[in-house]
Design a protein around this ligand. Structure first.
Ligand code: NAP
Length: 546
């Protein structure tokens, strides 16, 4: 019976159902967008590929997955009731707690009744004759909607490495993003991790605790800094709750919507002793302070960046006993903070353990995956488990995986082939009635803070159009060009633009993603909001509303 139901559920159908709005994705963005669109009285359907809500926090259940943002800055701010009811257990919540939180939100606001799980959108085509978007799911079901909102996440299109023999491996293997729901045990197992980004660093630290032997295959070391996580007791939670208004107000003022903000002083405006003391303080404090609360010029001025890099390198040398290993763990091809800084909880000490080995694949490249392990140019290793912490086709990747076509069948993937082009990261010319929450060139940062603003802005625009009887909302080509030019100009002088990373659109495992591009707005969230608010205040005159 169960099996038959499953077959019927998956059978292709041509049934057409009309919605006022379809939202793709039931993560942090999709849940909130659904809540807001419902308030407008719209008939909304959310399509979610997974079997549960949470997006990033549903999929990424790999060992050690946790926030790098303070939990109490990460929760939704829109509901006082929710803020009153939810207690965070840790300053930086682990994945299970965050997934529980997002399920709590879905239940509290009765969001599930409009979410269709197991439903991966494969195509969305705009039809001018009906002014509808035709939506196709991977099982063949079709729907039509007037409005389309993409809430697909910026890091949701996971990518495996392009290494020969991947499918040959006979042990267990998994990309961290697709980690199974059932616990995986590492006791006594020979485990390999490929990839040392923020995900790899968390995974390695956790797996090293129980694995029989852990081999880390590293291509590029990272400038990791300590997370300094701790539990939150009842009393402290009470204090945090009493301060929510100030906390969220502070997040609105900062560059990346985090609690941390750049120090107004320049690196060379203080004495060497003051500098060292300041960096010691930042290194000993929780969270992203050392990245976002550092001297104002460390991410722009080469000399300043070199000094902070030297400081963090000294820390690594002190923490890793074997000097050769320590040198391998110190980045040489990019400066501190020019890639997303992974926050760690004992990561470097892992390499002092007898059961952990670091393999620099620049010295001895991986030749192929074998049925029993990994073969490098120097040796053949045997493994029971291979973990791919190899990252994502970031920001545009999730869009590329859906065949999105606008007016005259123009493909979004092709339109963005050379670089993304959007208006405020929320609209694309030629794609009417399509809205993006955290699209390319939007103001990013602490995700829920950026999401709430972005989804509110989209909701405001839809409300405005409905009240005036507009049925077609579109960015103009001139508007999109101007915003794109502005986004590129805003990133000038920032050192991260000179470095390969997902933040500059690089993923060597994906064809067409080998050239650096500006993927997000770097002018800071306050400036982003100011610009978006102005567009709304002027009655969206910069858009084509008909
Ligand atoms: P990532 O930063 O892109 O790291 C991917 C890693 O895999 C890199 O070390 C990369 O090496 C390596 N790699 C990729 N292809 C490879 C290949 N073919 N052979 C060998 N190595 C290969 O991805 P991520 O670690 O998943 O993190 C992505 C982002 O997700 C983070 O920057 C962060 O924004 C977010 N994240 C957040 C949290 C949190 O909030 N706590 C946790 C995890 C992730 P190269 O560097 O040489 O390319």
């Amino acid at each position: 019976m169960v099996a038959l139901q499953a077959v019927m559920h998956k059978a292709p159908s041509t049934a057409s159902t009309d919605f006022d709005a379809v939202v793709i994705g039931a993560g942090v963005s999709g849940l909130y967008q659904l809540y807001r669109l419902r308030e407008l009285g719209l008939k909304v359907r959310v399509f979610e590929a997974g079997t549960g809500v949470g997006g990033t926090w549903y999929w990424n259940r790999y060992p050690g997955a946790r926030f790098d943002s303070e939990s109490w800055t990460y929760g939704y701010s829109f509901s006082q009731e929710l803020l009153d009811e939810w207690d965070w257990a840790e300053h930086f919540a682990g994945q299970p707690e965050t997934e529980r939180y997002l399920n709590y939100v879905a239940d509290k606001f009765d969001l599930r009744r409009d979410i269709q799980f197991n439903s991966r959108v494969t195509a969305a085509h705009y039809r001018e004759d009906t002014r509808r978007w035709d939506i196709l799911l991977d099982d063949g079901r079709r729907y039509a909607t007037r409005l389309l909102v993409t809430a697909v996440g910026i890091l949701s299109a996971a990518t495996l490495p392009t290494i020969r023999g991947l499918e040959m491996f006979r042990g267990q293997s998994c990309h961290t993003h697709y980690w199974p729901q059932e616990p995986v045990r590492f006791d006594g197992k020979r485990v390999a991790v490929i990839g040392t980004g923020a995900t790899g660093v968390q995974t390695i630290t956790e797996v090293a605790k129980t694995a029989g032997h852990l081999s880390v295959f590293q291509r590029t070391p990272q400038w990791c800094a300590p997370l300094h996580n701790s539990k939150i007791g009842q009393e402290e939670m009470g204090r945090i709750r009493a301060n929510y208004a100030q906390i969220f107000a502070r997040c609105q003022e900062t560059y990346g919507c985090f609690i941390h903000t750049a120090d107004p002083r320049g690196t060379f405006e203080v004495t060497a002793e003051e500098r060292e003391a300041f960096w010691e303080k930042l290194y000993s404090e929780p969270g992203f302070g050392i990245w976002m609360g550092n001297f104002r010029d460390v991410l722009m001025d080469r000399e300043a960046n070199k000094l902070i890099s030297d400081f963090v390198a000294r820390k690594i040398r002190r923490r890793v006993k074997d000097l050769t290993v320590a040198e391998k763990l110190i980045p040489k091809n990019h400066g501190f903070g020019t890639r997303r800084v992974p926050l760690e909880s004992g990561y470097f000490e892992v390499y002092n353990q007898p059961n952990v080995e670091l393999i620099d694949i620049n010295e001895t490249p991986i030749e192929r995956i074998t049925p029993t392990g990994i073969k490098t140019t120097a040796a053949e290793y045997q493994f029971d488990i291979i973990i791919y912490a190899t990252g994502f086709d970031a920001i545009t990747g999730a869009f590329d995986r859906i065949d999105i076509r606008g007016v005259d069948g123009v493909s979004l993937k092709e339109k963005w082939q050379d670089r993304p082009q959007t208006f405020l990261g929320m609209l694309v010319d030629g794609f009417p009635n399509m809205f993006m929450v955290l699209g390319p060139h939007a103001g990013l940062g602490n995700i829920p803070r950026a999401v709430e603003y972005n989804a509110d802005w989209v909701t405001g625009l839809i409300r405005f159009a409905r009240e005036r009887g507009f049925t077609r909302i579109e960015a103009t080509a001139a508007g999109a060009t101007a915003w794109t030019d502005h986004v590129i100009a805003a990133s000038e002088g920032l050192l991260f633009t000179e470095i390969d990373s997902w933040m500059t659109g690089i993923n060597r495992n994906v064809e067409g993603k080998h050239v650096r591009r500006i993927m997000r707005y770097s002018g800071g969230h306050p400036a982003f909001r100011q610009r978006c608010d102005a567009v709304a205040a002027e009655g969206y005159r910069e858009l084509a509303l008909t």
